[in-house]
Write a protein that binds this ligand. Structure first.
Ligand code: AMP
Length: 302
């Protein structure tokens, strides 16, 4: 079942205690598409500038990713720069340059319009909504990610977009910022009033938590001895989660719980190396082996 994603395709400058890169391929939709493509075909909607080469586009080739919705424009590709703290838990944004995204008017290729699973990855909320509205009928599941940049600058547009989605998938700081509530369970109640019926909170090295009307489900993060770069972990989590759901073609509680595990698996691989380096060479067999490892990690008897 194909999965539609709109979000940033970017060049990132990254600094962590493990090293520094001035220009790595990144972007929320890039991480998401690569992670999800292990489970299901992905339809990508985004824009890049004329500095985005055929070589950069290689990341999408040989995978289940349709790039007919990847527009090329005159100008520069979205650019983001960030620096991580010693423990990798906090990061500061040093630069966000929207560039070609500032004027982007997405037009969905006809074949994308039947998509039943939609992921609105991190980008301007009105672009997210515009894409969602071009999908035929109501998707089986629409999920959305966002970040402080959009919560602060485009709050009312974000609120409007949220009315149309089923799942909100954001990190703990963003959950608190959006809901004005420190406690995550109370924050979930606020967020349900905004539209989504499920909240997935990504909590970095502390794992992820899903809250819906049935209750709460938590997965740990995979314990890694040497994480290198958390960039894209959240988007890779979302790709594993939505990719698994679209591949499984159902939205029952047991399937959602497994999707949480596959999300955590993909997120854990993303942080093992800088940028997309680890996902680029990842194999399906490694994904399933780590999912089995997760089952062992969390098993206990009462
Ligand atoms: P994550 O680490 O999962 O939060 O995502 C990091 C990716 O998000 C990077 O590759 C950036 O290019 C991209 N990104 C950062 N800020 C923004 C923003 N304001 N809008 C869209 N994408 C962004």
């Amino acid at each position: 079942m194909s999965l539609l994603v709109v979000g940033s395709v970017a060049f990132d400058a990254l600094e962590s205690p493990y090293g520094k890169v001035d220009r790595a391929l990144g972007g929320a939709a890039t991480y998401f598409a690569v992670a999800a493509s292990f489970f299901t075909p992905v339809n990508l909607v985004a824009i890049v500038g004329d500095d985005f080469t055929k070589e950069d586009e290689e990341i999408f080739r040989g995978r289940n990713i349709d790039v007919s919705g990847l527009e090329r424009a005159v100008g520069k590709t979205f650019f983001w720069a960030g620096r991580y703290s010693e423990n990798l838990n906090e990061r500061v944004t040093l630069a966000t340059e929207l560039n070609v995204f500032a004027e982007f008017k997405p037009r969905l290729p006809e074949k994308y319009r039947a998509s039943k699973y939609v992921f609105l990855a991190n980008i301007a909320p009105d672009l997210q909504r515009d894409v969602l509205h071009q999908v035929n009928g109501k998707p089986k599941m629409a999920a959305l990610d966002t970040m402080n940049y959009w919560i602060e600058r485009t709050n009312s547009e974000l609120r409007e977009t949220l009315r149309h989605v089923d799942i909100l998938m954001i990190n703990d700081a963003e959950t608190r910022q959006l809901s004005n509530e420190h406690n995550l369970l109370r924050a979930a109640k606020h967020i349900f009033k905004m539209g989504p019926s499920t909240l997935v909170v990504k909590r970095g090295e502390y794992g992820a938590m899903m809250v819906d009307r049935r209750g709460v489900f938590c997965v740990p993060a995979f314990p890694l001895e040497e994480p290198h770069d958390p960039t894209g972990a959240g988007d890779s989590f979302a790709g594993g989660f939505m990719g698994y759901l679209a591949g499984a073609k159902d939205t029952r509680d047991a399937t959602l719980r497994r999707a949480m595990v596959y999300g955590s698996v993909l997120g854990s691989f993303a942080v093992e190396r800088f940028g997309l380096e680890r996902l680029r060479v990842l194999k399906r067999s490694e994904i399933h082996a780590r999912a089995r490892h997760f089952a062992k990690l969390t098993q206990f008897k009462l």
